[in-house]
Each structure stands twice: as C-alpha cells, then as structure tokens.
Design a protein around this ligand. Structure first.
Ligand SMILES: Nc1ncnc2c1ncn2[C@@H]1O[C@H](COP(=O)(O)OP(=O)(O)OP(=O)(O)O)[C@@H](O)[C@H]1O
Length: 326
C-alpha cells in the first residue's frame, strides 16, 4: 500500500532523508521511530504530497506522489505533528470545512461527522468552538479530520505527542481500531515502547536512513528483559567472548578488543552475579562489569544487527540497506 524507493530529500546542502526504502503492507500499522530530527516528518510530508523529494520515488496505493498527487491525496488521511485549529469554527464546521476541501458531499459530511465524533468520543462537543477543546480533544479531532474522506491510508505524525497518559491511551485505542477496520497506518513517534503497543512492524530511522526494520513481536520479545553488560578486562577479551557465546543467557556478544566485551544478557540479577563470580574463578582478569545504559532503540538495533551477523535476516530488495527480521 505504501512503498518508498531510494528516497532522498535535501534542504539546501543538508540531506534530511538519505536513500530511504520502506514497504508498508495493506491493512497493517507500521511504526516509524526515530529521535528528533531523524527525518520522520520530512518522509511523511513527502508521502502526504506536501513536500517534493529531491530524488527517489514514493507510492501510495500504486500512485506515485509527484506524478499523481491528487490521486494520492484521495487515498491518504494525514495528521501533521502540529496543526492549527481555526478559532472561530465549531467542531461541526471544522469537519465540514475539511470534508468540503476533499469534495465529500454534504450529506456524507453530515453522517461522517456523527460517526467520527462518536468514534473519537467528541459527540458532546459538536457545537463547541475548536479552540476551547483540550489538547487531547484537539488531537482526537485531528484524527477525525484526517478520516473525513474515508481514506484507506492514514499517515499520523506523532499523534500522541504532548498528551497526558490517559489521552495517550485513548489515542492508542483509536489507532488500534483503525487497523481493525482494515486501514493501513503509518505512524511516527520518538518513543519505541509506545509504538510497539499498536504496530505490526517497526522501522528505526536514524540520520535520514532506515537502519532497522522488524515485526513488532520480535522487537518486544527480544528487547524486553534484556540488559547490555560491559566487561572490562586487563586482557583476554577474545577468550572471554568465546566463553560468553556458549552461555545460554547471553544472546549477543560484541568483542571490542582484548580489554572490553559487551553482551546482551537475559538472566536475572542473581544470575548476573553468579556469572561474574564464575568468570573470576575461571581466571579471567576482570576489572569490572557495568550495565551499559542504552535506549530501547539502541538495544533493538543491536538485536537486529546480531541477527544480520547470524544470517537469520531476510533483506527484501526494496528495504535495503535496513536490517529486517521477519
Ligand atoms: N524546511 C527545512 N529547512 C531546513 N532544514 C530542515 C527543514 N525541515 C527539516 N529540516 C531538518 O531536517 C532534519 C529532519 O527533520 P524532520 O522534521 O524530518 O525530523 P523528525 O524526525 O520529524 O524530527 P522531530 O521528531 O523533531 O519532528 C532535521 O535536521 C531538521 O532540522
């Protein structure tokens, strides 16, 4: 449903999106995760036909965004990361304004307004002025707005940003409901655990490139309960690496030289203490062991990288150079 091929976007000499490849299957929710400035909004804006790529192609439902933007717009509901609301419009008028812009008939606008406001739980606000709504309500109205022309594809840029915990849960439930309805959803966030709860697949974007991509079960199963441990030694890093590779609680080993080895460890704290004792008794010249602080994104990247090394990875030709685990 969504396909991106070798997409590049430069702002002047700065390359915000670099050779990005991505595939989102029909009826799935794809989470696009990356730090601030990674290139998420740029990519989503290109898909929403609001920005022209410097090179590469992007397709929605088979239509290329630069060749046939109006056909793409009909298929896409886009919710930007920040959107203004018109002070002097009521909720009903606001949805009618966007419905008319999408050439939805008056009678359909009326029935969809009822149905959408019910869905986003704003029925009792139909005559309220949009600027009087809370942030969470405005975000839900933004979602309703993006659905007014009943598009098969939703592109949501950080839909839960700035929301309190309760509103975030409401937004998550709404997005899960869209998938149940058969919509294809591409959603961005800089918080991986949040995305993991509602997505089928996750892709990590860093400095404009998709660096990893995996089914969400793999991300959550692998990333939960694992810690990254760093072993500092006087010498013998390679030997220690070999020994740790045969430990069933160690899922990944990176030997960084004779004096440092990093591992992903899935055991308990007690098992961690036992492992350190066992290694000291076996004569390894350990100076110290510490937990390596790392974001879930880093952990995910390490996990997908380690799969690439063990050749369990499937690299679809259209998703290179990202690591993809299926
Ligand atoms: N119009 C612009 N002119 C110049 N540089 C831009 C422009 N828009 C974005 N950039 C830069 O491109 C990079 C990617 O920005 P983008 O907004 O796509 O990232 P993002 O992942 O969506 O970040 P955030 O989570 O902060 O919204 C950033 O370094 C940003 O400063």
């Amino acid at each position: 449903m969504i396909r991106i091929e070798n997409l590049c976007k430069r702002y002047g000499r700065f390359e915000a999106v670099k050779n990005l490849n991505l595939d989102v299957r029909d009826g799935t929710v794809f989470g696009f995760v990356g730090e601030n400035g990674a290139g998420k909004t740029t990519t989503l804006s290109i898909l929403a036909t609001l920005l022209r790529p410097t090179s590469g192609r992007a397709y929605v439902g088979g239509e290329e965004v630069t060749r046939n933007p109006s056909a793409v717009r009909r298929q896409v509901g886009y919710m930007p990361d920040s959107f203004g609301v018109y002070d002097d419009l009521t909720v009903r008028e606001y949805l009618a304004f966007y419905g008319t812009a999408y050439r939805v008939s008056e009678s359909l606008i009326e029935s969809r307004t009822r149905e959408l406001l019910h869905r986003v739980n704003l029925e009792d606000k139909v005559d309220a002025y949009v600027n009087t709504l809370s942030r969470g309500m405005q975000q839900r109205l933004g979602l309703a707005r993006s659905l007014i022309h009943d598009p098969p594809v939703l592109i949501l840029d950080e839909p839960a940003s700035g929301l309190d915990p309760r509103s975030r849960i409401e937004m998550k439930d709404l997005i899960k409901g869209l998938r149940d309805q058969g919509k294809t959803v591409l959603i961005s966030s800089h918080i991986l655990p949040e995305l993991a709860e509602m997505c089928d697949e996750i892709g990590v974007i860093q400095n404009g490139s998709l660096v990893a991509c995996a089914a969400v079960e793999i991300v959550t199963a692998r990333a939960s309960g694992q810690r990254m441990l760093g072993f500092e030694l006087l010498e013998g890093g390679r030997l220690l690496g070999e020994r740790l590779r045969s430990n069933p609680l160690v899922t990944d080993v990176v030997v960084q030289g004779e004096q440092r080895v990093e591992v992903l460890f899935s055991g308990s704290e007690r098992q961690q203490v036992e492992l350190i004792r066992e290694l000291s008794l076996a004569g390894y010249a350990l100076k110290g062991v510490s937990e390596v602080a790392g974001s879930l994104e880093e952990l995910f990247l390490r996990l997908t990288e380690s799969d690439a090394r063990s050749e369990q990875i499937v690299q679809p030709e259209n998703a290179l150079p990202a690591s993809r685990v299926v």
